[in-house]
Design a protein around this ligand. Structure first.
Ligand code: UDP
Ligand code: MG
Length: 320
């Protein structure tokens, strides 16, 4: 019999986890295979952990709980969830009911029927977002597809179901800066995409602001391409060549016409331009250096304060 693990990262989702559990239970009732829920409490400051514990105590489902020592971020929570998942299929799904559990069932059925595919990912066709956000996101995907060797699919979320081989591949990527959109496509394997429309959050509000999204995009670029560094080389070579040409022009002007050019404006502009460019690329260099520094410490991706295994060794629905 097939075993599925549903991995749910939770950060301050006390008002959602029960509804999520019930929605999963309802969606998977009579599905014909065994499943477990893996909740990762990413250092919540509300009653998420207490709610999860009482849920585990009274639920008939197989539930595994991981509690972080602090908030490590969704990427770390995903990693921890994958590490603790025991199924041969693993679904990543948010705990706020924005991503319908029925779709997870559809993903599982697809993988069951299509041996060639290793992953089914949901992508959002339409989103109600501001024009600027849409434009920025589109630009980001276009840029990433150009400058990295991996493919990024517009609107693809981390809501997906993967086979064990792919999960293990992701777990082997021990990097600290975990940009999962990049990681999912870097590991390869065959992904089938299905469209979906995200629902409204059951309760609470999103943890993503514009600034956080921007930083996330920036981290993604630094994590998956060294193109900005090369850009500095090109810009430097370009500036040097341009200055050579200008030098020749200045010498000819001086020899032929004897003009001493006042050139104050030119000087100011050049100094500011080059100074700005230098600082910019120093900053880029610094970003890569900082990432290298953090990675070189090889710190753990998450620290668990508590792990609660399922109440029974046996999976529900499994024949004894
Ligand atoms: N999440 C998390 N750690 C964080 C932020 C978010 O585990 O630091 C979880 C959150 O509880 C939710 C999922 O990641 O289950 C998606 O977060 P959110 O709903 O805020 O993002 P959105 O759906 O708006 O993209
Ligand atoms: Mg959400």
């Amino acid at each position: 019999m097939m075993h599925l693990s549903l991995v749910m990262p939770c950060y301050n989702e006390a008002e959602n986890v029960e509804a999520m559990h019930d929605a999963v239970e309802a969606a998977f009732a009579g599905c014909g295979f065994a499943y477990e829920m893996v909740f990762v409490d990413d250092g919540s400051r509300d009653g998420t952990w207490q709610t999860l514990k009482s849920l585990r105590a009274r639920s008939a489902q197989r539930i595994r709980l991981v509690r972080f020592s602090r908030n490590f971020g969704k990427e770390s929570a995903i990693f921890a969830g994958l590490r603790h998942a025991q199924g041969e299929l693993v679904t990543l799904i948010d705990a706020d009911l924005q991503q319908p559990p029925e779709l997870a069932l559809e993903m599982v059925r697809w993988l069951d029927a299509n041996e060639e595919d290793d992953c089914v990912a949901a992508f959002q066709e339409q989103r109600s977002e501001g024009a600027l956000t849409v434009l920025l996101k589109r630009g980001f995907y276009a840029l990433m597809n150009r400058v990295t060797e991996i493919e990024f699919v517009q609107g693809a979320s981390d809501f997906r179901t993967m086979r064990r081989t792919m999960v293990d591949a992701i777990l082997e990527m021990g990097e600290h800066n975990r940009f999962s959109k990049g990681i999912f496509s870097w590991v390869g394997f065959r992904t089938h995409y299905i469209p979906y429309t995200a629902r409204e959050r059951h309760a609470g509000k999103t943890k993503w602001g514009t600034w956080k999204l921007f930083k996330y995009a920036f981290d993604g670029i630094v994590s998956f391409t060294t193109m900005p560094l090369r850009l500095a080389v090109f810009a430097g070579v370009g500036a040097a060549l341009a200055s050579l040409v200008y030098m020749v022009v200045v010498i000819i002007q001086k020899l032929a016409y004897g003009i001493t050019i006042p050139g104050y404006a030119t000087l100011v502009v050049l100094i500011l331009l080059l100074g700005g460019m230098e600082l910019f690329f120093m900053g880029v260099l610094g970003e890569y250096l900082a990432k290298t520094y953090v990675e070189s410490k090889r710190r753990p991706i998450f620290l668990a304060r508590e792990v609660l295994e399922p109440k029974e060794e046996r999976w529900p629905n499994e024949e004894p």
